[in-house]
Design a protein around this ligand. Structure first.
Ligand code: FES
Length: 106
């Protein structure tokens, strides 16, 4: 199972092993990682599952598709490395991924 590190805004790390096929958001919620609200349950309709992908992982994780990009417009403090975690699928290639959580989701 790929190992993913979520780092809270205050620097607190949460290191979890996630089953492939889950979204990063689902994996975070199942493992009680704080800071991901996921109000829409993963439908790419709320932008409250915003994360920042570690620069070293951007190419492997990939860029958002158009629908995700338009939802990201509703998130605060969006950066070029922003993703909605419900739209990132856990796969073996992202074993070791580090993502950072924003200060808040609103
Ligand atoms: S959970 Fe709503 S956009 Fe990701």
């Amino acid at each position: 199972m790929p190992n993913i590190t979520f780092i809270e805004h205050d620097g607190t790390p949460h290191i979890v092993d996630l089953k492939t096929g889950l979204s990063l958001m689902e994996g975070a919620v199942k493992n009680n990682v704080p800071g991901i609200d996921a109000d829409c349950g993963g439908a790419c309709a709320c932008a409250t599952c915003h994360v920042y992908v570690d620069e070293a992982w951007l190419e492997t994780v990939g860029m958002p598709l158009a629908m995700e990009q338009s939802m990201l417009d509703f998130a605060e403090n969006v950066e070029s490395r922003s993703r909605l975690s419900c739209q990132v699928t856990v796969r073996e290639e992202i074993n070791g991924l580090i993502v950072y959580l924003p200060e808040s989701q609103h």
